[in-house]
Design a protein around this ligand. Structure first.
Ligand SMILES: [Mn+2]
Length: 285
């Protein structure tokens, strides 16, 4: 299948095939369970278009020169479990080829497909989640594969989870989080007082899959997301947290989800593209 999507930063980087690439972009325009604002199906294309405006040089180096291959979109006109299988197959192929998978959502449910592929590989890893919401519901609006449940499904696979920036969750989710002793540093703790000395638990796996729901950002900064919540991270907060959680650890894959572009504005998709590029640079450090 061919794709009409522009390749990430193709404006400034010569196209490379999968064999020459360190990164594989996997666009997933999934919008099956969006519960509030619409439009996340348009996220991957808007992010890729915005990436054309990035500088290859990020102030320290040129991470794009490691090779970025933008693969075709994952077809999402199917039942959610089948779409998750397709995501898992693409992520598995990227990993097998020595490429770091970069999944672009689409709704947050896409993370489950990537995690399924990593679990199937058998090597220990943990998930670090940036999000306004805990996403730990057993089911939401009758759908256990809703974006509001995706991290519950991840935890059920036995994968260690650490949450950052949460500021919206149900009582049921708070109880589940406590029962499971899930690590977290919520937005109020991160941002209301002096910055805490954040550290992942010492026994947290060395290999990290990072999932970044863009609603972790403050909506004043990134309004183009389906379920915005005040009191979120700003740009340098997020970069500092990424650096902190990856210190001494290895980034093995990541996703950036829940971009819902606002017609007439470009700030959300450009911020999302810049975040993707920052995470690439972090993976190379
Ligand atoms: Mn989420």
């Amino acid at each position: 299948m061919d794709t009409s999507l522009p390749a990430f930063l193709a404006s400034d980087l010569p196209p490379v095939g999968p064999a020459q690439a360190r990164f594989e972009i996997i666009p997933v325009p999934l919008e099956h369970s969006v519960s509030y604002g619409q439009g996340t199906a348009a996220g991957p294309e808007a992010l890729l278009a915005a990436s054309q405006q990035l500088e290859v040089y990020d102030g320290a180096g040129e991470p794009g020169l490691a090779g970025i291959y933008t693969g075709p979109e994952v077809a999402c006109a199917a039942a959610t479990p089948l779409v998750l299988q397709r995501i898992a197959a693409r992520v598995a192929a990227a990993l097998a080829g020595g490429r770091l998978p970069v999944v672009l959502g689409g709704e947050h449910t896409v993370t489950l497909g990537a995690v399924q592929a990593l679990v199937a590989r058998g090597a220990a890893f943990g998930v670090v989640q940036f999000d306004a919401h805990a996403d730990l519901r057993a089911s939401y609006e009758g759908n256990p594969l809703s974006h509001a449940c995706v991290m519950r499904r991840v935890v059920e696979l036995g994968v260690p989870l650490f949450q950052l920036g949460v500021r919206s969750l149900s009582k049921e989710e708070a109880i589940f989080r406590q029962q499971q002793a899930l690590g977290h540093c919520d937005a109020a703790e991160l941002l209301r007082g002096p910055a805490p000395l954040l550290q992942l638990p010492p026994d947290f796996p060395r290999a990290i899959y990072l999932t970044f729901d863009l609603d972790a950002f403050d909506p004043a900064m990134l309004p183009g997301t389906g379920t915005p919540v005040p009191g979120g991270l700003f740009w340098y907060d997020a970069l500092r947290l990424i650096d902190t959680v990856l210190a001494g650890r290895t980034l093995i894959g990541f996703d950036v989800t829940e971009l819902a572009p606002i017609p007439g504005s470009r700030v959300s998709e450009f911020t999302a593209a810049k975040l993707v590029y920052y995470l690439m640079s972090a993976a190379l450090r």
